[in-house]
Ligand binder design. Sequence first.
Ligand code: 5GP
Ligand code: ZN
Length: 142
Amino acid sequence: MSANEDCIFCKIIDGEIPSAKVYEDEDVYAFLDISQVTKGHTLVIPKAHVKNIYQTDEDIASQLFARVPKICQAIEKSFKPKGINILSNTGELAGQSVFHLHLHLIPRYDQTDGFNPKWVTHNDDYSSEDLAEIANLISQNI
Ligand code: 5GP
Ligand code: ZN
């Protein structure tokens, strides 16, 4: 396990900082986000310290996401939200404030429940050729 001594989430995993634990196994830890954007807002983190998705290998990603359905199902059973947003902020501009990979599970109750992402569409700005070019570039870099 690669703990980082400056990382608050590593400290939470080690029990140095208390948390409201939802789930734990040998690879993954889940606990309530202190901000509770909506009721039941949960963070799911790998026990290995990786900064964000850019540093994450397939094993860690598989272990992490494998636990997400059962935790979401438990949130659904507990609070009967109308939906859940699953989100990972990567990089400061994208809203990442803790640099240990985490997935936010944000139960959704209604339009004014506290989570309000603004989703601007730009369908008219891109031709199918533009889309093919963008897809090609990303594809070549995989
Ligand atoms: P980010 O902004 O990086 O996507 O998310 C980090 C999240 O960690 C924030 O939503 C913040 O509320 C949560 N957080 C920060 N410090 C603590 C803490 O000490 N305990 C808990 N439970 N959550 C924390
Ligand atoms: Zn960490």
